[in-house]
Design a protein around this ligand. Structure first.
Ligand code: C2E
Ligand code: MG
Ligand code: MG
Length: 440
């Protein structure tokens, strides 16, 4: 006989499970091991019951329903780690879905959220984007009435993250003197993140990303010291360190037969410095690195300076055969005239447009437009922020040449590159990430 399904239901709450799960006096559901614990917040009790019934037919779910958003918020605040996912109706009296999402982010809820509404798909998409902007994990959006296939397709497995994040200490903020000392003592080094061909899986190159190995604060990410370097005038020195280190590394790779490009980030101040071109040429010459194997990345927001100076510096780099990339495309302020006046070899679509583009109509359109623009201007199209298999498959079908992101490999020290390369080559075959090269 199939297990008897219990349904506990009152005016504003419902619990539906294979095994009856009584609510504790606090309202905290007791979860049995392995079940996905879902909180459905909807002022329509019928909708809660419908969704709960459909989920219970799909698998091992423990469900709590709340028709009062205030009560639901209190439950998440007090027992956030009891819920792997929160399914959220967008139109509720009192607290609407948008405000609910903001509150979830404020209390540090770390499980999945699933916006749930009868509104048009674009509205659901935009709410999902807002949730991501709040730093929440969005498992996907659910339209009303819910369809079985939609429920099946949602990655409920990401629900394993449903633990309240421990309170973190505020990050250490270095001062200018700390940074200057670090540069003088050689504490700034490079990590390398691979870029691969989306059609063959072949390794194409690495982006050099600065890391500060601080003796007591550990590995400090660039977001915490690059803006400081820009504002205090230490950026030229930082850039030069990164160029030196990454060119030396590339020369080592080439000596061992690994024929890859290296991409390095330049800052606005570098692009306004006529001496920068001489430095880059001299550095490449000293390390015997061919200019055509170097990509100099410039973010859109760095392009705001004196356009004549910028055109001269970038034009001279190009005449010396270095390649130029426009980085984080879509996130900044590049105007069409800049794309007309500076010839870029590569366009890197910002990770905000890549990750989860497959599930948002608007991101998809923006992604496709950027990729088409790049291709039609003769650029190599690189997608940044490829975080999972779905992003990878999306890129393969949407005009991308190269992909970069955590799905392929996180930034790593040069010493880890050979191990990563072996593992990646194995994954390409085992997981059928790309067609195998034709046999000779
Ligand atoms: P960027 O040049 O766009 O580099 C890519 C950033 O995206 C890196 O962050 C990388 O770790 C991150 N990333 C890569 N794949 C994924 C993914 O799948 N998901 C997510 N969420 N993130 C991913 P990182 O290393 O923290 O660098 C941040 C930014 O700092 C860089 O963005 C770049 O603008 C700047 N930066 C890094 N190194 C340097 C440098 O040497 N000079 C200058 N001027 N800026 C640098
Ligand atoms: Mg970059
Ligand atoms: Mg980027």
């Amino acid at each position: 006989m199939p297990p008897r399904r219990a349904l506990a239901f009152s005016a504003d709450s419902i619990v539906h499970t294979d095994i009856p799960i009584p609510l504790e006096p606090t309202g905290k559901p007791r979860a049995s091991d392995g079940a996905v614990r879902v909180l459905i917040v909807d002022d329509d009790a019928f909708m809660i019951r419908l969704l709960a019934t459909m989920l219970a037919r799909l698998g091992d779910f423990e469900i709590r329903g709340e028709s009062d958003p205030q009560v639901a918020l209190r439950a998440v605040r007090e027992h956030g780690d009891s819920f792997d996912a929160v399914v959220l109706d967008l139109n509720m009296p009192g607290v609407d879905g948008m405000a609910f999402l903001r509150h979830l982010a404020q209390i540090g809820y770390a499980g999945c959220v699933v916006p749930f509404s009868g509104e048009a798909p674009e509205v659901l998409d935009s709410v999902a984007q807002l949730a991501r902007a709040h730093g929440l994990h969005v498992a996907g959006a659910l339209s009303k009435p819910p369809r079985r296939e939609q429920l099946q397709a949602l990655p409920w497995a990401c629900a394993g993250r449903g633990l309240q994040q421990p309170a973190v200490e505020p990050a250490w903020q270095p001062a200018e003197t700390d940074l200057r000392e670090a540069l003088a003592q050689g504490q700034v080094e490079c990590f390398y993140q691979p870029k691969v061909d989306v059609h063959t899986g072949a390794l194409a190159g690495f982006e050099a990303l600065a890391r500060w190995r601080h003796p007591s604060h550990g590995l400090v990410p660039p977001g915490r010291f690059v803006p400081l370097a820009e504002s205090c005038g230490a950026i030229s020195e930082l850039t030069r360190r990164v160029f030196e280190a990454s060119f030396a590394q590339q020369a080592q790779w080439r000596a061992r037969g690994l024929d890859v490009s290296v991409s390095v980030n330049a800052a606005a101040r570098d692009l306004a410095d006529l001496g920068f071109v001489d430095f880059v040429c001299d550095c490449a010459g000293r390390h015997d690195v061919p200019p055509a194997s170097v990509v100099i990345e410039v973010t859109e927001s760095q392009l705001g300076g004196d356009p004549r100076l910028l055109a001269e510096v970038m034009g001279r780099l190009r005449l010396r055969r270095f390649e130029l990339a426009i980085d984080d495309f879509g996130s900044g302020y590049a105007s069409l005239s800049q794309l007309r006046d500076v010839i870029f070899d590569e366009i890197k679509i910002d990770r905000d447009f890549t990750h989860a583009a497959h599930e948002s109509l608007r991101s998809k359109v923006l992604f496709d437009s950027s990729a088409t623009l790049g291709r039609r201007l003769g650029m190599r199209v690189v997608a940044e922020g490829v975080e999972d298999r779905l992003d990878w498959e999306f890129c393969r079908g949407h005009g991308v040449h190269l992909a970069q992101g955590n799905f392929i490999g996180r930034p790593m020290p040069a010493a880890d590159v050979p191990r990563w390369h072996d593992a990646w080559s194995g994954r390409v075959v085992a997981q059928r990430l790309a067609p195998l090269p034709a046999k000779a």
